[in-house]
Design a protein around this ligand. Structure first.
Ligand SMILES: [Zn+2]
Ligand SMILES: [Zn+2]
Length: 555
């Protein structure tokens, strides 16, 4: 067994968008030391996972290996990279490392959660270094849709890995960093064994437009607006907040911040200097006093989140902020896959109130934070890796990134999935094992395993309702009272007008009568016969089978 084996395994984020968590291992294969990169969430859709708020990576493998983990490094402060820490860190309690803005944003997020545990973070300066066991980690600045996104150069005795995190190239960002091409080229000169890279936009040709161009469009749209203006964007997109603030200032409008997440980020960005030179913003209490052409509402809710500011405004339910005929709403964002319906719902609510809605379908009001194909090629050109593993994407994105890398001459391109253990050195890249991986659901205040039956049965209940029956039997197998039957979430009557409750009652009685007398004394047989009869009778009238619970009491 080689003593200096370097391995990589994604526990989330490869083969799906969101829930990023990768681990690097160094050792002789029997005993490895591990470095964790990121610990993010995905957002559940109400339709598929009713009642589930978040999806988290299953870290049972890391809990087992806890003693061998040297640290957890965050590439940046997006929820898909750090959103699982509040729930999962207490199970690991490993040292955490992040740059100042990421750490401050995490702390603000933590304090917003009542009863959240204390979680200490070690702050690494921008472009800083930290050595954790066998891993020497260098933070390299990259442009992205949040301040301080960093690619990580991870140096080991077996070679150097570049873990890009989320990045793009933007030669003219507003206040955020540019991608440090010089540092990445120097790293390439030094020699890079493997590049683990962002594939989100690998299917899109060319380059993303610059934040400066987006800022110009926003300024024009705000200037030309006849009445009130509201802009929604990702709360953590500080460059975009700056663009909106500049647009408002040029049009002599006051910025009113609407939504807790936006307030939180604005405060953190002020404290860390990312809003230096930007005018003061106002609270929602001033909204009603400002003339329509003197106000701009900067709102949360760009993803159609039902409790966020813009959804409540669209429903006419916000206590202080209203919009109406002639007002303009700009979505300076794009719906994350899975959120399209929710966003359309908000747009329709606004349009129905006479509000003009502008999105990136008609104007350049958004630019993605991820690299398109020409940018991916630049990165490969700078770093010149021996191995490339596409990350941060669904199967389609990973495959396109892989194809592009092969065309660009990367000698060893490997597509893997969550749970694959990939050997990066020595020898050619190879999947050598599978480690336990999967998903956890945040269900209310609890974490449940994704394969537990609770959410599936909740979905069934939501689809076809439930019948609950209670029967009291004597020891001789006679019904001692009328059955108690309750129907929940089932239509009141069938197409012919017959009450479903009566249909259920008849089914119970018939099922009981048709059982041979000796079997009527067996509670389990009675329960099963009644259950089948009710489901059958209701399905015959409704074409759907409800969940059916039968309780038999022998008295
Ligand atoms: Zn991401
Ligand atoms: Zn990101």
């Amino acid at each position: 067994m080689p003593a200096n084996e370097l391995v990589f395994a994604p526990l989330g984020g490869i083969g799906e968008i969101g829930m990023n968590l990768s681990i690097y291992g160094f050792g002789d294969g029997r005993r490895r030391q591990w470095l964790i990169v990121d610990c993010g969430v995905s957002f559940a859709s109400e339709e598929h996972l009713p009642g589930v708020d978040l999806i988290l990576p299953d870290i049972r493998y890391l809990i087992e290996e806890r003693k061998n983990i040297v640290g957890l490094v965050l590439t940046h402060g997006h929820e898909d990279h750090m959103g699982a820490l509040l729930d999962l860190w207490p199970r690991l309690k490993v040292p955490l490392y992040a740059t100042p803005f990421t750490a401050a944003l995490f702390e603000a997020r933590r304090l917003s959660e009542p009863g959240a545990p204390q979680i200490p973070i070690n702050i690494v300066p921008l472009r800083g270094h930290v050595t954790l066991g066998p891993f020497a980690v260098e933070f390299i600045s990259v442009a992205h849709s949040i301040p301080e996104s960093s690619a990580l150069a991870i140096r080991t005795l077996a070679g150097t890995v570049l873990h890009t995190g989320d990045w793009r190239i933007d030669p003219t960002p507003l206040a955020g960093a540019v991608t440090d091409a010089a540092r990445l080229t120097a790293l390439g000169d030094e020699g890079v064994l493997a590049l683990i890279g962002d594939s989100t936009n690998a299917i899109r040709a060319g380059r993303s437009p610059s934040e400066a161009e987006v800022a110009k469009t926003l300024a024009e749209l705000v200037r030309a607006a006849p009445a009130r203006v509201a802009v929604t964007t990702f709360a953590s997109h500080v460059d975009r907040i700056r663009a909106v603030a500049a647009a408002a200032r040029a049009a002599e409008r006051e910025v009113v911040v609407v939504g807790r997440a936006m307030e939180r980020v604005v405060q953190v960005a002020r404290e860390t200097g990312y809003l230096d030179g930007v005018q003061d913003f106002r609270g929602t209490e001033s909204y009603g006093y400002l003339p329509p052409d003197k106000v701009l509402a900067l709102c949360t809710g760009s993803q159609g989140e039902p409790r966020a500011a813009l959804s409540r405004i669209a429903e006419g339910e916000h206590p202080e902020v209203t919009l109406g005929k002639g007002d303009r709403v700009i979505f300076s964002s794009r719906a994350i896959p899975g959120n399209e319906k929710a966003v359309d719902h908000v747009i329709n609510g606004l349009v129905a109130q006479g509000v003009e809605v502008i999105t990136d379908r008609d104007h350049l009001v958004h630019a993605s934070g991820h690299p398109r194909r020409a940018e991916l090629l630049d990165m490969i050109g700078w770093v010149r890796p021996k191995i490339l593993i596409p990350a941060h994407g669904e199967a389609l994105h990973l495959n396109e990134h892989a194809k592009l890398a092969r065309q660009a001459g990367v000698p060893d391109v490997l597509v893997c999935r969550d749970g694959d253990l990939v050997r990066l050195a020595p020898g050619a890249a190879e999947i050598i094992d599978e480690i336990p991986s999967g998903r956890l659901y945040k269900d209310g205040s609890l974490l449940v395993e994704a394969d537990s039956r609770t959410v599936a049965s909740r979905r069934r209940l939501g689809f076809a309702g439930m019948v609950s029956v209670a029967l009291a039997l004597s020891e001789r197998g006679e019904l001692v009272a009328d059955p108690e039957i309750e129907l929940i979430g089932i239509p009141e009557a069938d197409a012919g007008g017959a009450a479903m409750a009566d249909i259920a009652r008849d089914a119970v009685e018939e099922a009981f009568e048709s059982l041979p007398k000796p079997r009527r004394r067996d509670a389990d047989s009675v329960a099963e016969a009644v259950r089948r009869a009710i489901r059958g009778a209701i399905a015959a009238r409704w074409n759907k089978k409800p969940v059916c619970h039968v309780h038999v009491l022998v008295v």
